[in-house]
Design a protein around this ligand. Sequence first.
Ligand code: ADP
Length: 543
Amino acid sequence: MQDTMMKVPLSLNHLLERAGKLFHGGQIVSRLPDKSYKRHAYGEFYRRARALGAALQGLGLQKGDRVATLCWNHHAHLECYFGIPAAGGVMHTLNLRLAPEEIGWIAADAQDRFLVIDDVLLPLYEKFKHLHAFERVIVFPFSGASVPAGFTGYEALLAGADPDGFAYAPHEEDDPVAMCYTSGTTGQPKGVVYSHRSTVLHSLAACMPDYNSARNTDVVLPVTPMFHANSWGMPYIAVMVGAKLVFPGPHLHPDDLLDLMTQEPPTLSLGVPTIWMTMIQTYEASLKPGSPNQGRWKLPAGMRSTVGGAAVPESLIRAFDRHGIWIMHGWGMTETSPVGTLSYPIAALQNASADEKYRRAALAGLPAPLVELRVRGDDGRDQPWDGKSAGELQVRGPFITGGYHGIGSPPDKFTADGWLRTGDVVTVDELGFTRISDRTKDLIKSGGEWISSVELENTLMAHPAVAEAAVIAIPDEKWSERPLACVAFKPGEQATPGELNEFLLAKGFVKWQLPERYEFIDAVPRTSTGKFWKLKLREQFPQ
Ligand code: ADP
């Protein structure tokens, strides 16, 4: 007998089995294309996920084969999250917001064998199918219509499979379960592959009380798409604890999200800041006398919400807090599973002023358990954690990727001693709170000094007239680069460049840091994952 603990491999299948045994009455609610609701119990989810596993094995799925999904957030996508790995396959989420050529390129690069697709997305499939031949296309009748000829029906496939006789594919804990491509905002998309082990460890770490703290009694609303870094791991976490899940389907407009939050009030939600910004502006506008939406919505007071993937302005945290909703700001990447850091209240700040607490809440926060971080200066040395010394954020840990599909670990992405180079410029303070200043590519170098675009943006977005602001560098003969601020106002509001500069000066910026120029635009362009798309702005305003 060995004299320490058992060597039981970590496995995603354990989470599915646990859910089937313990939480069969738990609820899964999905919003359908016609905005009605489909309700499932966890018991049904358990049987259907295993039926999917059995069906895929019946189709000849071999261990390690990639099965792509092109789906919104809903119960069948959740079944793929567990059913595909259960059969030994690798679930590869395709991002439906990418250009068709990019989707086709990614499917070919991953050599996806099968595709599971929502019927409402078949027109998109038609646009990229010439770029990659899937052996079989399985159509989920999300709209309720019958499955067109020439495709395999998802429901028929499940109905013909036996969940009781299903046997999990044999596996080791380092075997792959899922795959997601980086969105390619800063280069060619690259495939990140998650394992049983990394997914289970990430679920445990990201579910800590100081992080997502999902519990069985929670009602979880994942607004982050299941094709964007696995909806930040929330589908796995929710199933691990048996929380009620509410999926928004294709309806992500702020009006629809507010309707959903009013009808199925969540206690925990997650999404990128751009969505949360428009949601709070829409909600607050509805409270004004004479609004056509007056009384239509109720924000779920007491809800916790993880917001990240891009910088979260302090003004956003304050705005939600006014309505009893606590925003937890986190940093992560597709490469980090994705939770890397998160800002949460710590004992050392218990007696701090409210302003100081908000200030810290707006930082990217402390590394998750099992995540190590360091800040590397241009000279290759570790920077001190003093809140001032900036450098590249580098991370390491058991749920951080060690390489990319088919590429390995190129030196621009990994250091010689095996840390991931994030390309983010950060400072870390004496309490371990990380501040993301910029991506390396977004920093503005003016007269030998760095200006953080993120700090300018966040402060501009605290101006009462400003809905959105994105700051980019423009070339300058004298200073090499200067900041250009692209600003979108709230409906009916306006401000002059002079007024905006006055506001920035009052908030502590000094003159040379002020934007050289302002461009007033209708809205900041978004990337496929809903973040501000600075590349587009740089193309639009090259001078
Ligand atoms: P992509 O790199 O293609 O946008 P990811 O979703 O993996 O795809 O994005 C990771 C990047 O998003 C990080 O490297 C960082 O630049 C940015 N990011 C993530 N969270 C934050 C945050 N809280 N604050 C600022 N930037 C963030």
